[in-house]
Design a protein around this ligand. Sequence first.
Ligand SMILES: [Fe+2]
Length: 447
Amino acid sequence: MSTTETNRYLEGNFAPVTEEVTAFDLEVTGEIPTELAGRLLRIGPNPVVPEDPATYHWFTGDGMVHGVRIRDGRAEWYRNRFVRSDRVTEALGEPPIEGPRHGMGDGANTNVISLAGRTYALVEAGPVPVELTYELETACRSNFGGTLDGSFTAHPHADPVTGELHAVTYYWQWDHLRYVVVGADGLVRKTVHVPVPGRPMVHDCAITETQVLLFDLPVTFNLDAAMNGVRLPYLWDEGYAARVGLLPRDGEAGDVVWCELDRPCFVYHPLNAYDLPDGRVVVDVIRHPKMFATDLQGPNEGPPSLWRWTLDPASGRVKEEQLDDRAQEFPRLDERRTGRRHRFGYGTTLGAGVEHGPTIKHDLDAGTAELHHYGPGRVSLEPVFVARSDDAAEDDGWVMSYVYDAATDRSDVVILAAQDFTGEPLATIHLPRRVPFGFHGNWVPDA
Ligand SMILES: [Fe+2]
């Protein structure tokens, strides 16, 4: 293990911003598609008080949410707000936020979604969701009206037909993972406890039309590390079997079929999964060769790249093939294809370590990929695909990204035509400040 006096996650565009800003009528270059009406939200860690570079872990910073409101071809506002936890309200001299609790923390920094007309900031491994207002103020902590028992996840996946959210949750005191289904009404309607041998970190899941995929991989809770004050006490666990479980969406714990991987690895994010007619399941993932083996400040153990895994429940094995060897992360989909066979995917390329780069668009049928370069010193955070209309073809829409410009130390929201991915942006929305590198976000159309 190495500790250093420097920490890249507190420097450059990883460094936190200190002010909460509200800006109206943002300057736009080009033309925003008039079909777009809603908010482009994103969230990431943004420590409210100075952190010790020797011990800070990127995943543990206080959450800050950013949003741009778009309507009638105009960018009406930009806002950024700390997600209020006890630590944040204390630092800001505000009264504490109300609502149920679970685990030791009460913040959320990893994803921001819309569910049943409400906006939620999400995190995994303990704390409950935090409900935000339309204008991104913290409203309350929420366990979905008392229906969520414990931890949630930052990566629930909505079935495009039913609108239900499918999630896999975990907590260091649990000897099992939980498959949680949240109805389109925002209430949990099903929970399945699936025993696992360790206490794995399970950042995300995937669904097909019939199955949910459980990633049981060799990064596990380490009690010694926790006792020694390691901020994120989940470490590479040499010898812990790497496997993916197939749980029928309508099944129970005893129905899980585990498929073993030949080599250990770690996955934060699948791009998507789908059923094959013969019962096998395909899942495309961003595969990291290791995780938290040597670097305890952030996810930096060799380049992550795009792989296709074919899970065979008959043999219990996984066929692995690399689809693209470039370093990349934050894979996104035309989410009308969630759980169904997809052709396209979008993501962010990475340079050395976790340095961000151009966006990438994959055509997985053609076996090709394109890069969109935003210009010198301009790099993309996670891109989001937005369909032109409900019945548009896959990939017929826009790729929207928060883009950081090192020369001006400010950020833009850039809107690309997905089908003219390398062409000039349709619109560049100029923000009054920079948006730090962070985790995830979504386009939330107005109801
Ligand atoms: Fe994530």
